[in-house]
Ligand binder design. Structure first.
Ligand code: HEC
Length: 131
């Protein structure tokens, strides 16, 4: 029995968690034009948009100090329907369609998303303004 349980555990694919270093690189490439390299909303394209890109370092502050991982992931990969229908921000779900990664939500439950999205979310979480 014990051997079987061991085999089942090891057979479960282990998803890599978000890597903030890789995430920063992704952010510079795909997001900084609008959000700015420091994610504070002052990217070179920001003045051309009708909706200003928000300061992504303030997401925790405006959510009682908790970085809203789940919402952020859904906004980036396009699962959040509000964003998919209304926003000016492009949807990156298709571009980042592989490989699968995961990141822990506020409650500790893993959220499955594309690895680059988990990476970007991990970087954003790391740069939250905690003052
Ligand atoms: C073409 C410009 C543009 C690009 C590129 C872009 N964004 Fe955005 N982003 C926006 C705008 C504008 C909003 C605000 C949308 C709205 O309020 O409808 C936004 C909103 C967001 C939000 C929601 C913030 C909140 O207050 O809830 C997140 C998270 C986000 N962007 C992350 C990213 C990430 C990560 C990338 C790169 C993978 C990215 N964005 C690329 C323009 C952009």
């Amino acid at each position: 029995m014990r051997v079987l349980a061991f085999l089942m555990l090891t057979a479960t694919p282990v998803l890599a968690e978000g890597d903030p270093v890789a995430g920063q690189g992704m952010f510079i490439t795909f997001c900084a034009a609008c959000h700015g390299a420091d994610a504070q909303g002052e990217g070179p394209m920001s003045g051309l948009l009708t909706v200003e890109p928000p300061d992504l370092t303030a997401l925790a502050q405006s959510n009682d100090g908790v970085f809203p991982v789940f919402d952020v992931v859904r906004q980036i990969d396009g699962r959040d329907p509000m964003m998919a229908h209304g926003g000016e921000m492009p949807i990156f779900g298709a571009m980042f369609d592989f490989p699968d990664g995961s990141i822990k939500s506020e409650t500790g439950q893993p959220i499955i998303t594309a690895q680059p999205i988990a990476d970007v979310a991990a970087w954003l979480e790391a740069i939250q303004d905690r003052e």
